[in-house]
Design a protein around this ligand. Sequence first.
Ligand code: GLU
Ligand code: ZN
Length: 292
Amino acid sequence: MTFRTRFAPSPTGPLHLGHAYSAILAHDMAAAEEGEFLLRIEDIDHSRSRPEWEELIYEDLHWLGLSWPEPVMRQSERQAAYEAALDRLWERDLLYVCTCRRRDIEAAASAPQEGAPLLGPDGIVYPGTCRKSLRAASGPRPRDAVLRLDMAAALKALSANGGGKIEFCETGSSPNGASGLTQISHVHLTMLVGDVVLARRQMGTSYHLSVVLDDAEQGITHAVRGQDLFETTAIHVVLQRLLDLPTPIYHHHRLIRDENGRRLAKRDDARAIRKYRKDGVTPDDIRAMVGL
Ligand code: GLU
Ligand code: ZN
């Protein structure tokens, strides 16, 4: 199997040291295996993505000494594939419209009989308020609606087809240091992940759906990314099973933190690669700073 990985930044701000670590690590792993390193621009959030940030991503990565095949995949050009996948799931009655606002979800999840709200990979685990709503599976899928995956129904459908085993191979580690074959139980998925959003308004897709479809489209064999995304992998494997897509090997890496132990954020301009470039820092210095 050829090794093919990718770096998938969102053009919503400058790349910082954490992005540099992720990109260089993926690039080095591909080089060591004589594989391929691809770039993908994750720009589904039109309200936050900017062409200037996308340009800066190319500049910074080239400056770091990385290269990748052209053309680069851009999620804003992939809407048709996302819509087709949503249609498939809708027709199987695995999606429903959610009309809750954030504060409705917070209120429902913290009702006295619910105990403390449970936190999943996307925040508060959705309490299921809209699950039994006016789902009209026979009708067409509504456009510009929030669509959630009915997790319990999805797992039931997978089990009925003998595909209910949700697992992946981890060659990096979870935030707790676990690696190897990672199995996720159905109880964990229904109780601690829940009915995640697969289509957002004004986006027509979601991070989870896009990343799964795009990794498959790009033939990614090894997904190298930060440990902050480890918990989302369970969702990605469920979607891969539902959409008959292969599951890559995952390599979740440590996060680069500031001197207070906080992970770097896009607004943390002091550690932006462009700032280091202006200050005369070299790409080798950057490698040393992130421990590569
Ligand atoms: N676009 C995501 C991010 O910037 C990365 C997605 C992934 O690697 O799966 O955090
Ligand atoms: Zn709802």
